[in-house]
Ligand binder design. Structure first.
Ligand code: G6P
Length: 360
């Protein structure tokens, strides 16, 4: 069945490998009879009636929300704010006149997110929940639900739910945009298909990621992830994956912020994993790599085909520039997985963590 490990040593590895079929399933589930991407009309109406969208989430789902903001603002042209659910209640921003809330939650059970949903519903606002679990609390309590169709995710470290969240957010953004007269200049069905194929290529490169994990992460105390623009958000998720399962102290940050503090932490041999998938920041991020190398860092550059340079540790296949987070995260998931294995950590059940946190 879906929730057996089969021949896999860990659920996490199985779930990483499931990402290409999950992409294809999402494309299929969000297509109409004509093969056009589609979102239920009441959800589109709610999107179009709002003057500002508030994405609320925790953990990996929050990282998906950061990318989702870019999708919605660029494709649908509606302003978006992204908030950590546990903070939202204390630091509630001034809401716009017609706010719409989007809750992103793999489990649909995160108590911190539910607390926000209860509050904004009391205020009379509408909410969409993007979740993997039909009938979950957040799904039942929101006005509308968009399902991830990722199948059960068992490993504590979220992998396939993240990429599924990104795919569903891209579809929501594109279809909403189209309904507002903003047609994409590419075919999203086709581009997500290319993403699925690229994911497959990456999942076939496990030995490479095991080697990278051994070389950079088997004995280190800490590690840094740097990126700019969309790569920054993927780096945040990469750092979270690494700390969750390998207990390496990891931090993701924006390349431009290096000089404002974190560069003080770079020592001889400190691993710095740099992402470069966006042409307009390629030179700047490579400049950041030079800065850390000059201070002794051990750089691991993961770049996209077409932007790669000699000496890069890994080159990911080319996909549509706005969709790169869907594939750039896969090397980071696999590197974290192998780092945890090399360090004898319990990959599927890391210490102190729960799959869904149902207490505030
Ligand atoms: C827990 C899990 C994380 C997850 C977060 C949010 O902390 O360990 O992997 O990202 O909850 O969960 P949700 O189900 O709301 O996406």
């Amino acid at each position: 069945s879906d929730i057996e490990k089969g021949t896999y040593p860990h659920y996490m590895l199985k779930e990483i490998d499931e990402q290409p079929p999950v992409m294809r399933k999402i494309i299929q589930r969000y297509q109409d009879d004509q093969g056009e991407l589609t979102i239920d009309q009441p959800i589109l109406d709610a999107m179009n009636a709002s003057d500002r969208i508030y994405i609320i989430a925790a953990g990996t789902s929050y990282h998906a929300g950061l990318v989702g903001k870019q999708f919605i603002e660029k494709m649908a042209k509606i302003p978006v704010e992204v908030h950590i659910s546990s903070e939202f209640v204390y630091n509630m921003p001034m809401l716009s006149e017609k706010p719409l809330f989007i809750f992103i939650s793999q489990s649909g059970e995160t108590a911190d997110s539910r607390a926000v949903l209860v509050e904004v519903k009391e205020m009379g606002h509408k909410a969409i929940t993007i979740t993997n679990v039909p009938g979950s609390t957040l799904s039942r309590e929101a006005n509308y639900t968009l399902l991830l169709h990722a199948g059960p995710e068992i490993a504590v470290a979220s992998t396939k739910a993240y990429t599924a969240q990104l795919a569903v957010l891209s579809i929501l953004a594109a279809v909403t945009g189209k309904s507002r007269g903003h047609e994409l200049n590419f075919n999203l069905v086709q581009e997500l298909g290319i993403v699925a194929n690229a994911m497959e290529v990456l999942c076939d490169e496990k030995e490479e990621f095991e080697r990278i994990a051994r070389e950079f992460l088997s004995t280190t105390r800490n590690a840094f992830f740097i990126g700019r623009s969309l790569d920054f958000y993927v780096g945040l998720e990469g750092a979270l994956k690494l700390k969750e399962i390998s207990y390496i102290q990891a931090e993701g940050f924006a390349g431009g912020e290096l000089k404002h503090g974190t560069i003080a932490l770079i020592e001889e041999g400190t691993p710095v994993i740099a992402l470069s998938t966006q042409e307009y920041v390629n030179l700047s991020i490579r400049g950041n790599v030079k800065e850390v190398v000059a201070r002794g860092a051990n750089p691991c550059i993961i770049s996209m085909e077409g932007l790669n340079s000699e000496g890069d540790s890994f080159v990911i296949p080319e996909v549509n520039p706005i969709l790169t987070p869907l594939i750039a995260v896969i090397p980071l998931q696999l590197i974290s997985y192998y780092a945890a294995l090399h360090r004898d950590c319990d990959v599927d059940k890391p210490r102190n963590l729960a799959k869904s946190v149902t207490v505030e």
